[in-house]
Ligand binder design. Structure first.
Ligand code: G4P
Length: 525
């Protein structure tokens, strides 16, 4: 067993939210506490979401700065924290799903006025699939919003997880006075301030008269009633239940005012999991194992179109990654040596010699890696990634410059390796179909094909509702289905059968008429 100390002090997580709930602001405040940045306003990585229209020049700018903020590592007390950034724009939801494969826990930010929104619900589904422990931060208490008890009910119902408040607000909006920390029995008074930490009142317990003196008799009485209700309704907080993803602790605050953020962070480092065992197809890999293993969860293309060099983001799962050592790229069976691995500390990238489990190492990649690839010291191991989800938008991709067919095909292959979108080949007419989760990705693909590969493509409409992977134990039934639906059959890049349903009715009928066929909406089953 090696590196136990290094492993146990690491906390690798992502902050997720619906756009505008305050993820960027919270990230920035956490970095302020960690001393990783010194003024608010330094993290701008998610500003692309503000241009919700398809402005791909903005995408290019975004890609340029987001390498630096993709992983933000910093030390906080004895802890080494890695925040994995996720794209703010919902068209890049697949990127977020994949990033969630590399984290050990998650903080969800919810706007107190808006409650649980679509994107939060979807991301929580992914957390649930992976049993990822979550902490919820209810943000913007300085603004008028919903009753905190209503919010708790909604969180439980919409996110399908039990909740347990560990802090409690005293009023909200204009009358917001502060937060009582149920976990530590302290009282923090609210003073709007974008840079600094606010006043803490030392109290013995909830009955301390210092509370009355600080917030007034009425609000103190209301707080006591609320806390009594909370203790009556919600079971005592149990750390193991949180680690088992059975219960989500809830904190209240205002990220913009740096209020409630330190409480969140202090509790987070104490209770959040250090790197957890990771399931590979062959076996479970423990972080404490001596030998290095890791997997690629993200590939970032370089902005410089003249040098198609990428950076592969590898999550270290076990052992120690060492610069200059030989490692096996399991998919190809080849051995590579990486002389310039990159560490991510705050917003800087630097060469690093040793990387521990929980950390992310950036490896220069000139076309070796695909999302989901495993690297080891020699063992044939395959980490299970997150399945691809059935895309929501589809278009035929056509070549607009016949002289550049080779470039186009290469570009498409590489962009798919990067996980930009999914490619299906229609078996009826041989045409290539690109499936995405949002319109923006089509524009990214077209732009990048032109600028990085010199290839021109155009999009042609295809009317599709869903692509679903099909299988059956009965080969005859499968073949007969494929024959009946031959116009709507495609293959994915792994040559698996995919049924292209053009309406929900058609899909429903197919499911009804072919009971021996299993229809899957994710690529792993
Ligand atoms: P996101 O990454 O989740 O999309 O959200 P972001 O942090 O960018 O926050 C969205 C907006 O909400 C920002 O305002 C931000 O200042 C504001 N905000 C975040 N936390 C709080 C809070 O605790 N209280 C209040 N009142 N507002 C908060 P913006 O005007 O859209 O952007 P900006 O010009 O301030 O950057």
């Amino acid at each position: 067993m090696a590196n136990t100390n290094e492993i146990s002090r690491r906390r690798t997580f992502a902050i997720i939210s619906h756009p505008d709930a305050g993820k960027t602001t919270l990230t920035e405040k956490l970095l302020l506490f960690g001393g990783a940045i010194h003024v608010a306003g330094a993290v701008k990585s998610n500003k692309i979401k503000k241009t919700a229209t398809s402005d791909w020049m903005e995408i290019e700018k975004q890609r340029g700065i987001s390498v630096a903020t993709s992983v933000m590592g910093f030390n906080y007390g004895d802890y080494k924290i890695n925040i994995l950034d996720t794209p703010g724009h919902q068209d890049f939801a697949e990127d977020t799903y994949r990033t969630l494969t590399a984290v050990d826990s998650v903080i969800i930010v919810v706007d107190v006025a808006k409650g649980v929104e679509t994107q939060t619900r979807k991301l929580m589904e992914v957390c649930r699939m992976r049993n990822t422990p979550v902490i919820i931060f209810v943000n913007k208490l300085d603004r008028e919003g919903r009753d905190p008890f209503d919010i708790l009910d909604e969180l439980e119902k919409e996110l399908q997880i039990s909740v347990r408040p560990l802090s409690w607000p005293i009023n909200i909006g204009a009358k917001f006075k502060g937060v009582y920390n149920i976990y530590e029995h302290t009282l923090n008074l609210f003073k709007p301030d974008k840079q600094h930490v606010t006043d803490r009142v030392e109290i013995d317990d909830i009955n301390d008269p210092a509370i009355d003196a600080a917030v007034g008799d009425d609000d103190a009485a209301q707080l006591r009633t609320d806390i009594e209700l909370i203790d009556g309704v919600y079971p005592k907080f149990n750390e193991q239940d949180y680690l088992d993803a059975q219960v989500a602790p809830v904190f209240f605050g205002s990220a913009l005012n740096t209020f409630g953020v330190k409480e969140l962070l202090d509790c987070f480092v104490r209770i959040a999991p250090s790197p957890r065992p990771v399931q590979a197809i062959e076996r479970v890999v423990n972080p404490e194992e001596d030998k290095f293993t890791g997997f690629v969860f993200k590939i970032h293309a370089n902005m410089d179109p003249n040098h198609r060099s990428c950076l592969a983001f590898v999550k270290v799962c076990s052992g120690v990654f060492r610069r200059g050592e030989n490692y096996k790229h399991v998919r190809s069976g080849k051995v590579y040596r990486f002389s310039a691995p990159t560490a991510f500390m705050a917003q800087k990238k630097e060469i690093i010699d040793e990387v521990y489990p929980g950390d992310i190492v950036g490896l220069p990649d000139n076309g070796i890696f695909k999302i989901g690839d495993t690297i080891t010291e020699g063992e044939d191991l395959h980490f299970k990634g997150l399945p691809s989800f059935s895309p929501e938008m589809f278009k035929y991709i056509e070549n607009s410059d016949p002289m550049k067919t080779k470039q186009l095909n290469k570009g498409i292959e590489q962009l798919m390796d990067e996980g930009v979108a999914q490619l299906f080949t229609n078996q009826f007419n041989g045409r290539k179909i690109i499936g995405t989760v949002g319109q923006l990705q089509f524009e990214v693909i077209q732009y990048r094909l032109l600028h990085e590969y010199g290839a021109q493509c155009r999009w042609e409409p295809i009317h599709l509702y869903k692509a679903c992977w099909i299988e059956s134990d009965d080969n005859e039934a499968l073949e007969s289905f494929k024959k009946r639906k031959h116009q709507f059959m495609a293959l994915d890049r792994e040559e698996r059968d995919v049924f292209l349903a053009d309406s929900s009715y058609v899909l429903q009928m197919a499911q009804q008429d072919f009971p021996k066929i299993r229809f899957h909406f994710t690529s792993e089953f």
